[in-house]
Ligand binder design. Structure first.
Ligand SMILES: *Cc1c(COP(=O)(O)O)cnc(C)c1O
Length: 516
């Protein structure tokens, strides 16, 4: 394909995507395909000779679009939203078009520096303390990770490195309390990088063994609430450390409190374990519960236990002053993450993460082979030190386009209108005596169930997803099974909420008929 053809087909592709969005309502949220559908539609081998673009384009609907789950359909209410918008798509086109890999400052200065600015913008938009800003003279830093799962794992690995350092060297955390806060840094990420990058050089260049001290790992224990996301479990599995899930209660709206953590830490220390990492969730996946970050921080901070906040979904709402409580207590946390790709109109992937002190992660993750060295590495930010992979996309472009196209006020309107729709649905549920709301309605999520045994709600969900006019997923908090309706699509209107409720009521009749 040459540039002339690219211009032509590129415009066709834009039209294709715009048509998809304009007609998405005519589809159903879930496709009618079965696993393995694709084998009848595709040749078994790659084509030997090149094909025309028309032939490729002609297959798109049949192979891809018709078998897609339409997350942006106005009747898609499952999981949590995944964001998208035209400015975001345009940003991604530019990212793909320029296609740099921004692992060091030198590998793409604009990729690195736009990200420094955009993560500062995001931090200010959601009310994070200034210590997290790239522009702040302290050791804090912001980066855009791929997913919330990456952020939780990266924070865990940095926390594990801190624990090993403190315990193997017999250091007392008290002596170190945020000492690095008073180290001066230039506005860039930096000086930090220079001091640490030497550690792994020797191992990389020569035939030595890379041999981190893992002797302490079996004694390490991390904590999260029993409502935390599965990615938190996965981080512990990947890192080979224990993760203790602390019990929450319906009475406290499934929120984890400092006192529960303090009791667990005491018990575990008595067993000879070393508490080192806590994940607080702001907006849990089952019910959008919010852990008590301030009280958890008061336990963690004096002890040097790393406190990470997973605000994947709810964090976006903090762009509105009335939801700023979602970032309360963050002056006591070591790292914070939310997914702009969930609820802030930036398409996947865009997961900003902040470190209170990025030098800790950098010290642990730093590798510095000759081919990555550059003359500015003592004064410029190299994002590769704060993530798992080496390569990184130009993710800040789409965020930049979205924020500028919408303005903060446009983003606030977007969040608020989705919360209003959730409340509208909750009002319908609350007015029907067959149903109950098992956890407070929070932001764009409504949890609801048929009163009585779980079986009735399980049946209802099955009927809903077989019916296919709307799509929901269930959740369980402790032993209570319920349905979740999350406002996901920017195309969902008040009429769509009425429609969803009508479908639910119609199918509820059948639940009772069958069960009785
Ligand atoms: C969605 C979600 C995640 C997972 O997000 P990814 O970016 O897909 O890893 C993690 N935690 C919470 C609370 C979530 O809602």
């Amino acid at each position: 394909m040459d540039s002339q053809e690219f211009r032509k087909h590129g415009k066709e592709m834009i039209d294709f995507v715009a048509d998809y969005w304009d007609t998405i309502r005519e589809r159903q949220p879930l496709p009618d395909v079965q696993p393995g559908y694709i084998w009848n539609l595709m040749p078994n081998e790659a084509p030997k000779e090149k094909e025309t673009w028309e032939a490729i384009f002609g297959d798109l609907n049949k192979v891809v679009v018709d078998a897609n789950t339409h997350w942006h359909h106005p009747h898609f209410f499952a999981y949590y939203p995944t964001a998208n918008s035209y400015p975001a798509i345009l940003g991604d086109i530019l990212s793909a078009g320029l296609a740099p890999i921004g692992f060091t400052w030198k590998s793409s200065p604009s990729c690195t520096e736009l990200e420094l600015v955009i993560t500062d913008w995001f931090a200010k938009m959601i009310g994070l303390p200034s210590m997290f800003l790239n522009q702040d003279p302290g050791p804090g830093a912001g980066i855009i990770q791929c997913t919330a799962s990456d952020s939780t794992l990266v924070a865990l690995l940095a926390a594990r490195a801190r624990a090993v350092k403190l315990h193997s060297q017999g250091q007392s955390w008290m002596g170190k309390l945020w000492k690095s806060d008073i180290v001066n840094k230039s506005w860039q990420l930096i000086q930090k990088h220079s001091s640490i990058s030497n550690g792994s050089q020797a191992a990389h260049d020569s035939a030595k063994m890379i041999n981190p001290d893992s002797s302490l790992f079996p004694r390490l224990v991390a904590y999260c609430s029993d409502q935390a996301h599965s990615s938190v479990d996965k981080a512990a599995l990947l890192a080979g450390v224990k993760m203790r899930k602390l019990q929450t209660s319906r009475g406290s709206n499934y929120s984890l409190k400092g006192e529960t953590l303090a009791a667990a830490i005491k018990e575990d220390r008595a067993q000879g374990l070393i508490p080192f990492y806590v994940v607080a969730t702001v907006g849990t996946t089952p019910t959008c519960a919010v852990d008590d970050v301030a009280s958890l921080g008061k336990i963690c901070q004096p002890e040097g236990i790393w406190l990470h906040v997973d605000a994947a979904y709810a964090g976006s709402a903090a762009v509105c002053p009335e939801y700023r409580y979602l970032t309360a207590g963050t002056e006591l946390v070591d790292s914070f993450n939310f997914n702009a790709h969930k609820w802030l109109l930036v398409n996947f992937d865009c997961s900003p993460m902040w470190f209170r002190d990025a030098t800790e992660a950098e010290a642990y993750f730093s590798v510095d082979p000759l081919y990555l060295k550059h003359e500015h590495q003592n004064t410029a930010a190299d994002y590769r030190h704060l993530q798992i992979g080496l390569g990184r996309r130009f993710r800040s472009l789409k965020a930049w386009f979205v924020i500028r196209s919408m303005g903060i006020s446009g983003l606030q309107t977007h969040i608020r209108s989705m919360c209003v729709l959730a409340q509208r649905f909750a009002d319908l549920v609350a007015a029907d005596s067959r149903f109950e709301i098992p956890a407070p309605v929070h932001l764009g999520l409504v949890c609801f169930r048929l009163k009585g045994e779980n079986a009735a709600s399980e049946k209802l969900l099955k009927l809903i997803n077989e019916d296919r006019r709307i799509h929901l997923v269930p959740a369980k908090a402790h032993d209570i099974y319920f349905l979740r309706l999350a406002i996901c699509s920017t195309k969902t209107t008040s009429d769509d909420i009425l429609f969803a409720w009508k479908v639910i009521c119609e199918l509820t009749e059948r639940v009772h008929e069958d069960i009785i």
